[in-house]
Design a protein around this ligand. Sequence first.
Ligand code: C5P
Length: 229
Amino acid sequence: MAEIVVALDQPNAGEALGFLDRLPDARWVKVGSVLFTREGPALVGALRARNLEIFLDLKWHDIPNTVAGAVRSAADLGVAMATVHTLGGREMMAAARAVAGGIRLVGVTVLTSHDAASFGCAVGRDGVEIGAEALRLAEEAAAAGLAGVVCSPAEAAALRRRLGEGALLVVPGIRPAGAPAYDQRRTATARDAAAAGATHLVVGRPITAARDPAGVLDQLRAEVGAGGA
Ligand code: C5P
């Protein structure tokens, strides 16, 4: 049953916590670099105090020793899931995995802001194909012992086939049927993303900008068959 992870993209802790007051049934939240850089561990503590599971999305990419130190710090904070960049390499991912404790680490493959030309430029190769690169990097993540990857809805089915049953697939770009796409180019409904094999659906504005956030969360849970659980 796919979990709905509410992306806290508010600019500060006051707004994030105020918003969550309107969403008492939330189970998972995503804290990214904007909010974490401003509010830090205190916000994570406040979210833990509300019994929320935290997806800390800081996309670490550094030398293995430094990334391992960041993962250790996150483990002390009690976060449930966190991201590293697969492009940091197998050694970096393995070092992170070795100290992850209870954190499920997922790898970012190809940023969705890249197209083939810009990714090819970054890695110094012509003729790259983004889908194939995402699969290749997901295999690197699996080989390093990560729990799974972050991917777009378009890649979820292929990654599920490639990584097998146990892998976590964390998928943003989720829109309720008929909802605006905002700036996302490749979106999917919660039902379709879950059917493609997603385990965690990251949803921001369809919930955070809704007049009735709790109603939208319920609707999304019903779509993936997790209503009321
Ligand atoms: O508002 P929306 O549902 O588009 O928010 C999706 C969340 O997932 C945002 O926090 C966004 O930064 C994040 N994300 C994404 N696409 C990626 C990686 C992360 O939309 N490829």
